[in-house]
Design a protein around this ligand. Structure first.
Ligand code: ADP
Length: 466
């Protein structure tokens, strides 16, 4: 990556240097030409000032050129009719052509100054001509220096420009290497750190860098790693719960199956002659199969709720009639346990699955009956408040201690296992209640005191958010 950055940088740098070099080359060259021309004009004015136009011009011009000027420069004096009056490079000026049509001469007579570049017919070299009208207006004094084109100037400045370009290139390359390092070093460190990942190991230690984009990479990586870790922990937890559930369910089924098998064997071997005992054994077999049916039904219910089954049928459920229906089915058991049922319900309805609501209330009501004493009571209340449906099931039964309150919603958790089993309890009832409440994004609260009774309050939002 560093090589790629450097390579691109060098290409861009060379391009930039080439373009800027070409421009500065051209402008410096042009400036030098202009500077030379104005210097030539100054010399012309000095020559004009020094010349005595009534004397021997040829002599004066030769003398001036020899004493005060560069050997390569040439001075010519041209009269207003175009005849050459004097020339520092030509001895016999009368043989020279009329100069009136020379560009710089014509311009000088017309505007005061003139210039041109061309090959000299008299000395056969390419020259730069600069001319100016004499102060008396009758002559044009012209100066010429060898010149081919702008390149003459460019060549003279080429070494300086080349040196400047080389220094700029070297400094830029050093800076570019440093700049590339500030990007590639953090990226290397980040990728090295990311390469340390082994399975769920996600304890990265990233540095803080001066570019915030690089910090975003490390922060996002850490965030993603934390989320993956959390997800994996959750999966692990769910796997453990499922394993526990299966082992508990098999264990729960094993006991009734063993009892049923025991009774059936005894009956089969014909050891039991007494009709009353036989009847009792049949009744026990029926009770155990009922227990198994309850357990299997509860397990199926839980697995359906966990899978958030799509085919839950929703309808407008009127709580009043639903309570009446639940009380009708609970009445025989309540009578058995000598528990009184009471209900108080405002006319309220909710968009929900009637089956799930029945299951929820029935579980709470039957617990209120089962964990009670003869002469006890179960009160059921339902009302709506702040956009929520409230269902409260209260009893004056045995109550639940603070430590147990935390655990009774766990699957297969029973405070008094013997009592629960005797009453056909599966240990799954409150777990089902909790699942249904969560399915409706609601909540359940328990207040209880041992010996005084328990009160379960369910809160369900009317607008269901699954
Ligand atoms: P179970 O099938 O055993 O009733 P639940 O999940 O419904 O299973 O209840 C779990 C345990 O919580 C019960 O075994 C019981 O010990 C306790 N419990 C539930 N409801 C009450 C209540 N109203 N009063 C006292 N204890 C209760």
């Amino acid at each position: 990556m560093k090589r790629a950055i450097m390579l691109r940088f060098v290409v861009i740098l060379l391009l930039a240097l080439a373009v800027s070099g070409a421009f500065s080359y051209y402008f410096i060259g042009r400036n030098m030409l202009q500077h030379d021309m104005s210097a030539m004009l100054n010399t012309i004015h000095a020559v004009d000032y020094a010349l005595d136009y009534s004397g021997n011009l040829q002599e004066q011009v030769e003398k001036l050129q020899a004493e005060a000027m560069d050997a390569s420069s040439r001075i010519t004096v041209i009269a207003s009719d175009g005849t050459v009056a004097a020339d520092s490079e030509v001895d016999r000026v009368d043989s020279m052509e009329n100069h009136l049509e020379r560009e710089e001469v014509r311009e000088a007579f017309e505007t005061g100054t003139g210039r041109d570049t061309r090959s000299s017919e008299s000395i056969g070299e390419s020259m730069l001509y600069v001319a100016a009208r004499s102060s008396n207006g009758s002559y044009v004094v012209r100066m010429a220096v060898p010149y081919t084109n702008l390149l003459d100037y460019m060549i003279s400045i080429f070494p300086v420009l080349l040196l400047g370009t080389c220094i700029a290139f070297a400094v830029s390359v050093i800076l570019a290497i440093r700049f590339a390092d500030t990007i590639t070093t953090p990226l290397n460190e980040i990728s090295e750190e990311m390469g340390k990942v082994h399975g769920a190991q996600t304890d990265f230690s990233f540095k803080q860098y001066k570019y915030k984009e690089l910090n975003v990479i490390s922060e996002t990586t850490m965030k993603m790693a934390a989320e993956i870790q959390e997800h994996m922990d959750q999966l692990e937890k769910e796997k453990k719960i499922r394993q526990e559930f299966f082992s508990n369910a098999s264990h729960e089924l094993k006991t009734p199956i063993t009892s049923v098998r025991g009774y059936a064997e005894l009956l089969d071997q014909g050891f039991i002659q007494d009709d009353a005992t036989k009847k009792d054994f049949y009744a026990r077999i029926l009770k155990e199969t009922d227990n198994m049916t309850n357990l299997i039904n509860d397990i199926l219910m839980i697995s359906r709720l966990e899978a958030k089954e799509a085919e839950v049928t929703f309808s407008t459920v009127r709580i009043g009639p639903l309570l009446t229906e639940i009380f009708e089915s609970a009445e025989p058991i309540a009578a058995d346990y000598q528990v009184m049922l009471h209900k108080e319900c405002s006319p309220v309805s909710i968009e929900a699955s009637a089956k799930q609501l029945r299951e929820l209330i029935m579980n709470l009501v039957s617990n209120g009956i089962k964990y009670n004493h003869p002469g006890g009571n179960v009160w059921v209340e339902a009302w709506s408040e702040n956009g929520k449906l409230y269902i409260r099931v209260k009893d004056d039964g045995c109550g639940i201690s603070k430590e147990e309150q935390e655990r009774i919603f766990e699957r297969f958790y029973r405070v008094d296992k013997g009592r629960s089993k005797k009453m056909g309890g599966t240990g799954l009832g409150l777990s089902i209640v909790k699942h249904i409440v969560e399915y409706y994004s609601g909540s359940i609260r328990l207040e209880s005191e041992p010996g005084k009774g328990s009160c379960f309050t369910v809160e369900l939002p009317f607008k269901k958010r699954i």
